[in-house]
Design a protein around this ligand. Structure first.
Ligand code: ATP
Ligand code: MG
Length: 481
């Protein structure tokens, strides 16, 4: 699109931003300081694509930090300065504004850290990653609101194209994180990576090794949080990046055939499960559970003459693999990890349950093991039904519905979801005048099992009577003294 037409189309939006009190102040400050400044990058892209964005990046032909300090002074607010990066950030009216001096960058082979010199707007646009991220809107008196689009980024937005402004091999070799960003933007925006740019990613994939795991993980998380994350993972795989950044996932790829029996491609299946979950939930961790639910299939794969391909125990091994994977990817080693482990471990249980008669005790045990994560587990199981056979899908989903009804019934009756032993260890110790011991554990466990099996109700009286019988079996008597 012609830049003048674009300026007309976006006139109202640009005026709206320019008239924000903080923007007027910035304009006034750059004018009196006699420097030029521009809104640049992601904010301009998102404005044109009509996506919401709150962060504004401003590039100053001069010192970004000085301008930020002056603006913050006038507003009487704090400014965060990142001297190493030459940037400064202030936050006002819910908008984060980051100032940076225009830079000219050159890179050396062995490092991600460029040699940086002061530069012009043009230099700064040249060092940006994709054409759609290079647009700038002037904040200057002479041409306020005019758009600079040196690489036809607007056309690429119309064509839904991710393309580097300069030679893609240089762009990716200089900063290999950009390869991840290309795939992330393509997934987020539902764009295509130009052939030339994608071929360069393939050629430079190995360079990803100089990027920190944390930054790679940020991009993976952003891909997972898109509406259709599978397309991002297919691109990662096709580019050769996946086997370098997340080898366990790339091992799921492929179909083996023996005696004419094939198993399904577990990579495709996993990604479909992830997409299915993404339709239902914005939870990053439920999405991670979907991505990892079959992660141990390659390691447990066997061929049996009668049963065909089996993956026995993949849920156990999978849940055991999670801490190592979280550590390797720099995901948090906290309760989120435990949640993912739990969902991976339990992901077959509702399916097994739905295949058999749905007994109360099996439902109680599932509720006990899943606790408050039962709804997420059921959502994962719904998503896991990826058969192309409509009838199979319907059968499973309707059985899951039955399991859900049972779960609700049992929970209302027995309150298992947040199970607290109705007779505590303290009560057992006090009753028999004993200290912490093996016996206390045995009795407590027997009470829990009896409740889950439905032999006794989940209340104090029945549990106390049961405790007496169990204690007697262990030779314990109530001390009358
Ligand atoms: P989002 O905020 O959704 O991640 P964004 O495009 O705003 O997308 P930021 O990381 O906020 O991304 O960066 C702001 C701008 O800085 C980008 O639009 C791009 O112009 C530039 N940029 C960021 N990272 C790089 C990079 N690694 N190489 C080159 N330019 C970059
Ligand atoms: Mg941004």
């Amino acid at each position: 699109m012609d830049k003048q037409i674009l300026e007309i189309v976006l006139k109202d939006e640009i005026m709206q931003i320019m008239s924000l009190p903080v923007m007027s102040l910035i304009r006034e400050t750059v004018r009196t300081e006699n420097v030029r400044a521009y809104i640049i990058g992601g904010f301009v892209r998102d404005l044109i694509l009509q996506r919401k964005s709150k962060d504004i990046d401003i590039v100053v032909e001069g010192s970004g930090i000085e301008i930020a300090e002056k603006v913050a002074n006038k507003l009487n607010i704090c400014v965060n300065i990142f001297k190493n990066f030459g940037t400064a950030m202030l936050k006002t009216d819910d908008i984060e504004i980051e100032f940076v001096g225009a830079r000219k960058e050159s890179y050396r082979m062995e490092s991600r850290k460029p040699v940086v010199e002061n530069g012009t707007l043009e230099d700064d646009q040249n060092r940006r990653d994709f054409t759609i991220n290079t647009l700038a809107i002037s904040l200057n008196y002479m041409d306020l609101g005019s758009i600079t689009d040196p690489f036809n980024g607007v056309d690429d937005m119309a064509k839904k194209l991710i393309r580097t402004p300069l030679n893609p091999d240089m762009t990716f070799s200089d900063d290999p994180l950009r390869m991840m960003r290309a795939i992330r933007f393509a997934t987020q925006l539902d764009f295509v990576i130009s052939e030339e740019t994608f071929e360069a990613i393939k050629r430079n994939a190995e360079r990803i090794s100089i990027i920190s795991k944390e930054r790679i993980c940020e991009e993976i998380n952003k891909i997972i949080m898109t509406n259709s994350p599978s397309s991002g993972f297919f691109l990662l795989e096709k580019s050769g990046l996946l086997k370098l950044i997340f080898p366990q996932l790339s091992l799921l790829r492929g179909v083996e055939s023996k005696n004419g029996v094939k198993h399904k491609d577990n990579f495709e299946h996993t990604l479909q499960v992830l997409d299915n979950v993404a339709v239902k939930s914005d939870s990053l961790w439920l999405r991670w559970a979907a991505l990892l639910h079959d992660i141990a299939k390659p390691a447990t794969k066997k061929f049996d003459e009668h049963a065909g391909w089996t993956f026995h125990g993949h849920e156990f091994l999978g849940s055991k693999m999670i801490p190592g994977i979280f550590k390797q990817l720099r995901l948090p080693l906290n309760e989120k990890m435990k949640y993912v482990q739990k969902l991976v471990l339990l992901h077959l249980r509702p399916i097994v349950l739905a295949q058999e008669e749905v007994t109360d005790s099996a439902v109680r045990r599932l509720l006990f093991d899943a606790g408050d994560d039962i709804d997420d587990l059921m959502a994962l199981c719904d998503a896991d039904i990826t058969s192309k056979n409509k009838k199979t899908v319907e059968t499973y989903l309707s059985r899951f519905q039955l399991v859900r009804t049972k779960l609700k019934e049992i929970e209302e009756k027995d309150a298992i979801r947040n199970f607290q032993p109705p007779v505590s260890g303290e009560i057992i110790m006090k009753t028999y005048n004993i200290g912490p011991s093996r016996e206390v554990g045995l009795i407590k466990n027997a009470i829990k099992e009896a409740i889950l099996d439905g032999l006794i109700k989940n209340n104090y009286d029945e549990a106390f009577e049961f405790m007496k019988r169990e204690a007697a079996k262990l030779g314990l008597t109530i001390d009358a003294s």
